[in-house]
Design a protein around this ligand. Structure first.
Ligand code: PLP
Length: 358
């Protein structure tokens, strides 16, 4: 079977040697040495001023919304994973959707200002598939209206924009280290910011507000990563360059071998160094998508409909229609993309797609 993605696992003995350190100390969580070491390695590798690693990629969104959303209206994208809008609703804020740019698939920055009201407290936008939002324009809008910017950068491990980590943009930026993401700890994630005051708020929030064993800095929750998760991150870390190089080869294969006459893929924003996290393919209609999906399924090849449905249509949400997002969501799949996908399999995938779309 060829799935949309396959988790890259480091050699088990390398993982075990990190686990041994947790065993030796009988220390499994609460920011043990493995967590501190991983956090430090990531901080240097990503070249960011502040990072807190967490138990998953959703809690950082909820923490940022708790601190900066303040129960207000949050301007957000309808084209993302459900975690983006669910976090807004979960934190008792109101999602206000703004449609996406049909080329980059990120929130359409030219439509944001029209959606701002006196109740707007923040923008939560996704760098979807690792493609940066129009961060410069969004920053100008946010400053002008005195609202915060939170980026769901779940897909962005290793991405740079204008030679800086994309995690540096916005007041807070988050990442997911879920097993299906580029860099993973099984479950895990991180939150990033650029100033000490925000870092304090994020950091204390993720550990019950603890300021030492008996004192509390403020309200908090438990979003701590465990040593078992951090061990996976440390074991995987040395393979990141290899993973990104191999994924680039698969991406290059699709780019050269697909017939784009009736197909489109993601347009990466200029000045971006991308991470090859997904290979989205946009068909001319949902009907074509379903025909291709059926043909690939018969060959045991399973692309995924990322992201479907458009989040403004989910049953616990009320929203205007978002024509661009709804149209793209109905016509887009992500193709198989992982280390070890053979050229024979890639050949089969592209041949089937080309046969049904050219
Ligand atoms: C994966 C993902 C998340 C959630 O991350 P978890 O680590 O699974 O909690 C949030 N937003 C987007 C866009 C994602 O793809």
């Amino acid at each position: 079977m060829i799935p949309v993605t396959k988790t890259f696992l480091p050699p088990q003995e390398e993982y075990n040697s990190y686990l041994q350190r947790a065993w030796d100390k009988a220390w499994l969580t609460n920011r043990g040495e493995l967590t501190l070491e991983l956090e430090d390695k990531l901080k240097n590798y990503l070249n960011v001023p502040y990072i807190t690693i967490t138990n998953n990629g959703t809690m950082p969104l909820q923490i940022a919304l708790k601190l900066f959303g303040k129960g207000g209206e949050i301007i957000t994208t309808p084209f993302s994973y459900v975690a983006t809008s669910a976090a807004i609703v979960w934190e008792n804020c109101t999602p206000v959707f703004v449609d996406i740019d049909p080329e980059h698939l990120t929130i359409d920055e030219t439509k944001i200002e029209a959606a701002i009201t006196p109740k707007t407290t923040a923008i939560l936008a996704t760098h979807v598939f690792g493609n940066p939002c129009a961060v410069t324009a969004i920053e100008v809008i946010a400053k002008k209206h005195n609202i915060k910017v939170i980026y769901d950068a779940a897909h962005c491990f290793g991405v740079t924009y204008n030679n800086e980590s994309v995690f540096k943009f916005g007041d807070v930026s988050t990442c997911s280290f879920h097993a299906t993401k580029l860099f993973h700890t099984g479950e895990g994630g991180a939150m990033f910011c650029n100033d000490e005051e925000t870092q304090h708020q994020l950091f204390y929030s993720h550990n019950f507000g603890h300021n030492g064993p008996l004192e509390f800095h403020g309200l908090g929750v438990n979003a701590k990563i465990s040593e078992l998760q951090s061990a996976m991150g440390l074991a995987l870390f040395p393979y990141m360059e290899h993973i990104i190089t191999e994924r680039k080869k698969v991406t290059d294969f699709y780019n050269t071998n697909l017939n784009f006459k009736n197909l489109k893929t993601l347009k990466i924003r200029e000045n971006t160094e991308w991470n090859y996290s997904y290979y989205p393919l946009i068909f001319d209609s949902e009907e074509t998508l379903l025909r291709v999906q059926e043909a690939l399924g018969k060959e045991n090849i399973f692309p995924r409909r990322y992201f479907y449905p458009s989040l403004n249509t989910i049953n616990y949400i009320s929203s205007n229609t978002m024509p661009v997002s709804e149209s793209i969501a109905s016509r887009i799949v992500c193709l198989p993309l992982y280390v070890g996908l053979s050229s024979e399999d890639l050949e089969r995938i592209t041949t089937i797609i080309n046969r049904l779309t050219s």
